[in-house]
Design a protein around this ligand. Sequence first.
Ligand code: GCU
Length: 607
Amino acid sequence: MSFKRFLSTASLVCTALFASANGFAIDYVQNALARENISLNGQWNRIIDPYENGYYNHRYQPHTTEGYFKNAQMKTPSDLIEYNFATADKIQVPGDWNTQEEQLFLYEGTVWYQKDFALTKQADKRYIVHFGAVNYQAMVYINGVKVGSHEGGFTSFQFDITDYVKQGENSIVVKADNRRERNQIPTVNTDWWNYGGITRSVAILELPATYVEDYTVQLSGSDTTAIVAKVALAGSNVKQGGSVKVSIPELNIQEVITLNKKGEGQITAKANPQLWTPEAPKLYDVTIAFNGELIRDRIGFRTIAVDGEDILLNGKSVFLRGISIHEESPLHDGRAWNEDDARTLLRWAKELGCNFVRLAHYPHNETMVKMADEMGLLVWSEIPVYWTVMFEDKAVYAKAEKQLTEMITRDKNRASIILWSMANETPSHKARLTFITKLAKKARSLDDTRLITAAMDTQGNTANGKIIDDPLVAAMDVIGVNSYCGWYGGTPESCGNILWESKYNKPVIVSEFGAGALQGLHGDKDERWTEEYQASVYEHNIAMLEKMTALRGATPWILKDFRSPRRPLPDIQDFWNRKGLLSEQGIRKKAWYLLNAYYSKKEESSN
Ligand code: GCU
């Protein structure tokens, strides 16, 4: 039975907007760093606090007046204050702490951040503090008062601090804690480095008293001749009504949205946009004007759908020539966060012959997905429901759902993102099925304009090879399969003979395959860790892929060697996962050329 499902924009975001009224969705200022803002990037003062002495007293009760969040200064020589941010060591923001100081390389615990900032406070403005991400737990204080806390190391969050900031000098303090706990998302065991700290940009947004908080500008479902623009206000007087101007000059769109009593509204405008594709990533300048604020964005228009085993981009079947990427900088040690990091990683993917990237295993920074829009790479974006999270625990589910909502809310206007991934390599059992099926349902309620997937390693064995029969697939649009034939099982040569069956009439993406190799280490093709062994694994896995009838894409593991605390093998790994096609310096290994040749052939055959 061919099953055609075009995904209408009608329900995109409106669910989220209305849901915010009942506090389910998050309040989030869309496209935050494009707003009027004071950047707090740069040098901060820092205090390492392994015993959380700055937060708890000796009775292990949270401090009320004494805590480091007070940023207290001695007033008289006899004052007793046993910390001092002003004379403390410095740390760069954005940036993980692990690669900034040797003593913090393996540190898991609390670090306090403090920075002074000057503000010319205006009565008719609102002030929102925006964090791109803090790993893992963050508590934020303005002038000694707690303004909010956040859990989850890979999604943006904001607090309205208008009532806490004052004219002139202000102090912001952040308690960042990257300790791993069983009931977190991700949980205690991951194959990536637990980089701690304020890892992405921080800014104070200065917005009109009532402002456009949320907006979506997308095609109207599969109708490529109509654009829907939705807006929602926030701030002091949402019910004031009025109108918002939406302009897309290149499409002669100059529309006025009349707001309803809830401060929401939308229009549909006829237009004939050039559709966004990786080969021609056409973006349109969009402006949204309200209450003296002019918001600028660059948005592409495209449709994405599934039809049986096909993935249709703008109605045309597409093969996703991809690679998996961790959010590690190609230019310096540690977390990636800026444009140069993003441009370089995506250029490396393009050079490999990719039109698609899997951003593993957590939402990457906003700069990365905007760069994918600009450079023309389709994106798989994922939340870190990774391996053995506590699926039975309702509170853990709520954490996963919140991260999912934060991811979708931040990136819903990005044309490059076509897939929301709910999870990676989770064990097949009832609680997990319920947990992830519920997440998929939530994702569709927030955004049913994109495809839902998950990376699974639950395939069964058959006489001829493998069978995809995981019940979780029922909740997915696209099947993600992780398979490590030739590395975690079988010889490289055996992989080419494996035949894959699927119980489902759905597209398959092989979301991981690969092997480790130390760049520059050469030997026989059956000698582990040599480039020849890795190349052999690629040769035979590519032969296996070519036999998979439902295959519509691949994101081999992985673009670049990356840090992992699970990889201690001396002189080979030294805390690096060596499955990159590039070394951590970006040097190509033999297998790089095999995948590049395979993708050039694929590209030719798709033209
Ligand atoms: C897993 C997992 C990755 C991990 C990789 C590996 O499949 O999804 O996060 O790094 O295998 O073992 O190298």
